[in-house]
Ligand binder design. Structure first.
Ligand code: G4P
Length: 539
């Protein structure tokens, strides 16, 4: 492609920048070791000199992102940000995902911004609910997944048992690139698998004090490995051959198509296997690719600048009371200060304040390329799913909303605060903190909030108070599920007991049901009514 860009970078220079980028997210159940791995990756990329520097000993979760008291109290990270680092010739963007399942809608949005995912599994616990749910999201989005089996330094299951679990429970074929030498709890190193499962190399790791620094590696031939490790090496080599016989060897095409997943065994805490994770990302994960617009037409990465907003966040740091919109660049070069068009309104948007944010660290971004994540300051008109572009108009498909399962009404405690209340609702709604539903019967003074998880309500009320100074009252509603309906069905549905129809801010008509039996009864008795699942696969 030789479309002109608006900057000084030549078309081939831009293509080179795209080719060296890898943008990924880690998906895992809380406590699988996402923060520890993030820190270990940063250590290997020399972003930090010692593990523990980012998080602080014993206080890891409270310092990664402490924009909200609730995060501290709950030990969760609500805010999604991105860490960029250079590794060899590559530029790696690690986009953070919220750790708690109540925020899986945010995670879904983050996954629209990445080209690959690392599925992190705790070796002792195996597949956990949140891993399964997030994996499904990655699959729905067609994102290739690399599997990391973490905490191999602790006693746990046998290596092949875990792989069977992946096949049986998620239907993905795991294809280990490395197998552990030493059982779980006695992690000595990694066997590198070559063609047809033949061991090509043994990488032995040495522990460092507290896992604070990179674990030194020694490399041995298979013969040397057998002489050194004896039985444990022979076992690993045999396992590798068994996997090969079962067809579990890496195949790049099948990986990119989402059928197989390369596997690496690791200990994020000891920094064992972390370099191998980075090397795998560089070698196997895809670079940014063309993205289809709403009409299905692809925008090449070397076309003029365009980007998708995938996250809006306000009040991330008490020292900066602002609103940041995070965009993932899809095509072209971004230069701070360039004036872009906001596709949803057709209005120009000046990008004077462009930042990267990770935890508390903020730095100005002057140029960025496809795959990069940039935060735009005080971008009040921007919402998740929106498009920015220059030159040839483009608009990317909206990000679908999740099916909410929790519902509550919200109203201002004091009548006098109604104006602020309205403003806050509109802003937090456009950020995607919760979904906001209204109908004529209930009126506007107490809209209905719909959430995937109840902690979203806590974020909503805490932010109403903290940022808008509005005390609110939340009353839970006895509804459990929602279906999309249409105007023709709405009147009949509203006549039913245990059902209420609302309009969501995006215009969608949602019917809420008290329970699944009521829904099933109505579907059976009145099959002519339109009742569709909101996002396939989320219930
Ligand atoms: P998360 O972000 O996925 O929630 O997990 P996090 O990194 O906070 O790790 C959860 C716990 O698991 C932490 O222990 C962490 O030290 C431990 N952990 C992470 N990776 C490994 C590993 O490879 N091996 C072992 N043995 N443990 C690991 P904690 O006791 O909750 O916290 P801390 O006091 O150690 O920080």
């Amino acid at each position: 492609m030789s479309s002109p860009t608006t900057s000084a970078t030549t078309a081939s220079g831009l293509a080179d920048e795209v080719a060296r980028r890898r943008t990924f997210a880690v998906i895992s159940h809380p406590d699988a070791g996402k923060s520890t791995l993030t820190e270990a990756l940063a250590l290997h990329a020399k972003v930090i000199a010692e593990a523990g520097a980012v998080h602080g000993k014993g206080g890891r979760k409270s310092t990664v992102s402490d924009w909200m008291e609730m995060e501290k109290a709950r030990g969760i990270s609500v805010s999604s940000t991105a860490l960029q680092f250079e590794y060899g010739d590559c530029v790696i963007n690690l986009v953070d995902t919220p750790g708690h399942s109540d925020f899986s809608e945010d995670t879904y949005r983050v996954l629209t911004a990445v080209d690959a995912a690392v599925m992190l599994i705790d070796a002792a616990k195996g597949l956990e609910p949140q891993t399964l749910k997030l994996f499904q999201v990655a699959r729905d989005r067609g994102i290739p997944v690399i599997t990391v089996i973490n905490k191999w330094d602790r006693p746990g299951q046998a290596p092949l048992e875990l792989l069977d679990e992946i096949i049986e429970r998620i239907g993905l074929t795991p294809t280990p690139l490395f197998l552990p030498v030493g059982i779980a709890g006695d992690f000595r190193g990694l066997l590198r698998r070559g063609d047809e499962g033949a061991a090509t190399e043994y990488i032995h790791f040495t522990r460092t004090a507290g896992g604070a620094t990179i674990a030194p590696e020694e490399h041995y031939t298979p013969e040397q490995a057998e002489a050194r490790e004896g039985e444990v090496w022979v076992t690993a080599a045999e396992e590798s051959e068994l996997l090969s016989a079962a067809g579990q060897d890496h195949d790049q095409e099948l990986f990119l198509a989402g059928h197989t997943s390369p596997v690496i065994y690791a200990s994020a805490m000891l920094n064992f296997g972390v370099r191998q994770i980075l090397d795998t990302l560089v070698e196997l994960a895809p670079a940014p690719r063309a993205r289809n617009d709403v009409d299905g037409k692809p925008r090449a990465t070397t076309d003029p600048f365009s980007a998708v907003i995938f996250k809006v966040q306000a009040g991330m740091d008490s020292a900066h009371r602002d609103r940041l919109a995070f965009m993932r660049i899809v095509s072209g070069e971004f230069e701070r200060g360039m004036v872009v068009t906001h596709a949803q309104t057709g209005r120009p948007f000046a990008t004077k304040y462009a930042l990267t944010v990770f935890g508390r660290e903020r730095s100005t971004v002057d140029t960025a390329y496809p795959g990069d994540v940039v935060g735009l300051v005080n971008a009040t008109a921007l919402a998740p799913g929106h498009t920015l572009f220059v030159d040839k108009k483009v608009q990317y498909p909206p990000i679908p909303s999740f099916a909410p399962e929790h519902f509550a009404t919200l109203r201002a405690q004091s009548q006098g605060k109604y104006k602020q209340f309205r403003k806050a609702i509109d802003q937090l709604d456009s950020e995607g903190v919760v979904q906001v539903l209204r109908n004529d019967t209930r009126g506007d003074a107490s809209p209905v909030l719909a959430a995937v998880g109840p902690m979203q309500f806590e974020v909503m009320t805490a932010r109403m108070l903290g940022e808008y100074n509005v005390e609110t009252q939340l009353d839970h509603l006895p509804y459990q599920l929602a279906r999309r309906t249409d105007a023709a069905s709405a009147a009949e549905l509203n006549r039913q007991r245990g059902v209420e129809v609302f309009t969501r801010t995006d215009g969608a008509l949602l019917a809420l049901f008290s329970d699944k039996w009521r829904l099933q009864y109505i579907q059976k008795e009145m099959p002519e009514l339109t009742l569709e699942l909101l996002v396939a696969g989320t219930e």
